[in-house]
Design a binder for this molecule. Structure first.
Ligand code: SF4
Length: 264
């Protein structure tokens, strides 16, 4: 049994912390006011998502909280759903991939297609994350995520808010928070968090894909660790490296054909 504890390891009070918290709350309030009834926090149930959910609940902001159950999540991650309900009285919306599309994909490529090629990994993410995400966002004009600039090189320029290509606004209230800030907030407010963080997982994802981090690595280095030189995004936040339509797999097209259009 590891004695590692993420709070003890990371939590630090640093100059400007209170101002960063106040700014995050102000942004969440703006999101709720600018998009009444049509803004959602999309949480991966990692520590950043839990901090955002705590801020939303603590300040009684009218913002829905939702997540994706890819069918490949750790038990520790799923355990947070009842924990959130118990702690905050919030019911988290859960969106899942289309069962028939998953059966088709697994039947064709097995349970671990992501290890075979980058393309199959991206197809798996498209099937299990991107398509359900479209349903999560259907009818909504804005969403909130816990991306932070220091998580990876591809996130280094994350703004606090922007309009995405689909016209929706995206809010990043934690963009300028450090890892120390995140864990300091968790400690201060006794925020429930994913037990995997105490097993050296800085970035929570699907069970087959992340691994524990190593000192000196970017926080998301453990995602798809067998890939050496690709931008480690799943398609939910990917801006600079969209999939090349000319290289899309038959599986992706099949998955799309097998799924109904997202409800408006
Ligand atoms: S993170 Fe891994 S298991 Fe999850 S959807 Fe992406 S490739 Fe599939």
């Amino acid at each position: 049994m590891s004695s590692y504890n993420a709070i003890q390891h990371h939590a630090r009070a640093t100059p400007g912390f209170e101002a960063r918290v106040a700014h995050a709350v102000a942004l969440l309030r703006e999101a709720a006011e600018d998009h009444p009834g049509s803004v959602v926090q999309a949480s991966s149930l990692g520590v950043e998502g839990m901090v955002l959910t705590d801020l939303i609940a603590r300040h009684r902001l009218p913002i829905a909280v939702a997540t994706l159950d890819t069918g490949k999540l750790h038990a520790e991650t799923l355990a947070l759903l009842p924990a959130i309900e118990q702690r905050y009285g919030l019911t988290v919306e859960v969106h899942r991939p289309r069962a028939e599309a998953v059966v088709h994909f697994v039947g064709r490529h097995g349970e671990l297609p992501m290890r075979q090629s980058v393309e199959l990994r991206q197809a798996c993410c498209s099937l299990r994350k991107v398509e359900p995400m479209q349903r999560l966002l259907a009818g909504r004009t804005a969403w909130i995520t816990g991306l932070r600039r220091e998580q990876s090189e591809t996130r280094a320029n994350t703004p606090h808010r922007e309009t995405a290509a689909d016209g929706r606004e995206k809010f990043y209230p934690l963009a300028d928070w450090s890892l120390q800030d995140i864990w300091h907030y968790v400690e201060l407010h006794e925020v429930p968090y994913n037990a995997l963080h105490d097993q050296h997982y800085p970035s929570i994802g699907c069970e087959p894909c992340p691994r524990a981090g190593a000192l000196g690595e970017y926080e998301r280095a453990g995602r798809w660790w067998w890939e050496q030189d690709t931008a480690k995004e799943c398609g939910l936040h990917q801006r600079p490296l969209p999939l090349n339509p000319g290289r899309r797999l038959a599986d992706e097209r099949d998955a799309e054909r097998d799924t109904e259009p997202a409800a408006a």
